[in-house]
Structures are given as C-alpha cells and as structure tokens.
Write a protein that binds this ligand. Structure first.
Ligand code: CU
Length: 112
C-alpha cells in the first residue's frame, strides 16, 4: 500500500469513527446484552464503552433481580421469563452485581 493510500484509509476510518460518535450523541447509545439462563449471567463479565446501554434478558422460568453491589446503579424489578431490564453505564469503572433472589448468581460490567 502506498503512503498516500494508507493516509486515505486512515482518514476514512477516522470519519467512520466520527459517525459512530454522532449516532451516540443523537440519543442512540451503543447497546450490549447479558442473558440470564440456567441461573447464571452470560457473559458473566462484560466489557463496554462508557455510555453503553446494557440490557439483561431473563431466559429462565424463574424470576431474577439484578442488584448492584454497593448500590452503584439502580436495581431491576423481578424479571419474569423473557422480561428485560436496561441501564446506561456513563462512567468508567467495574460494576459488580448479583441476583438478590439467588445471591450465588454474580456478574460484572466493566466500563472503559
Ligand atoms: Cu436469580
């Protein structure tokens, strides 16, 4: 690849990144998913960018409640089968959570 081509490619990638940023600014945050199945959060640890909306979906036949360790984000209500709960993580950090009905169920959201 010539130097000029590499430069144009870098420019195109930069423009694409700017486009993604303005989509977020327009009120469409990135979204990431956690499934709850077989009494576990899947994935157990999820890494997202700041500003991402994380959506949990309960795939079990039992209710589950997402609760932040240390109360760092709002808790869900009891989610029945196929119900969802979502919250936006604006600040970088490591957010541990658990199910208050089944405290052995634990997960972590890592926000970069
Ligand atoms: Cu549970």
């Amino acid at each position: 690849m010539s130097g000029a081509r590499a430069w144009w490619r870098a420019l195109a990638l930069g423009v694409a990144a700017l486009g993604a940023g303005s989509a977020a600014a327009a009120g469409k945050p990135a979204q990431a998913k956690v499934e709850i199945k077989h009494f576990a959060f899947v994935p157990e640890a999820l890494t997202v960018s700041a500003g991402t909306r994380v959506v949990w979906t309960n795939r079990d036949d039992e209710p589950h409640i997402v609760v932040s360790a240390g109360n760092r984000f709002a808790s869900s209500k009891a989610m029945d089968t196929d119900e969802t709960y979502a919250t936006v993580f604006d600040k970088p950090g490591t957010y541990a959570y658990f199910c208050s009905i089944h405290p052995h169920m634990v997960g972590t959201i890592i926000v970069r």
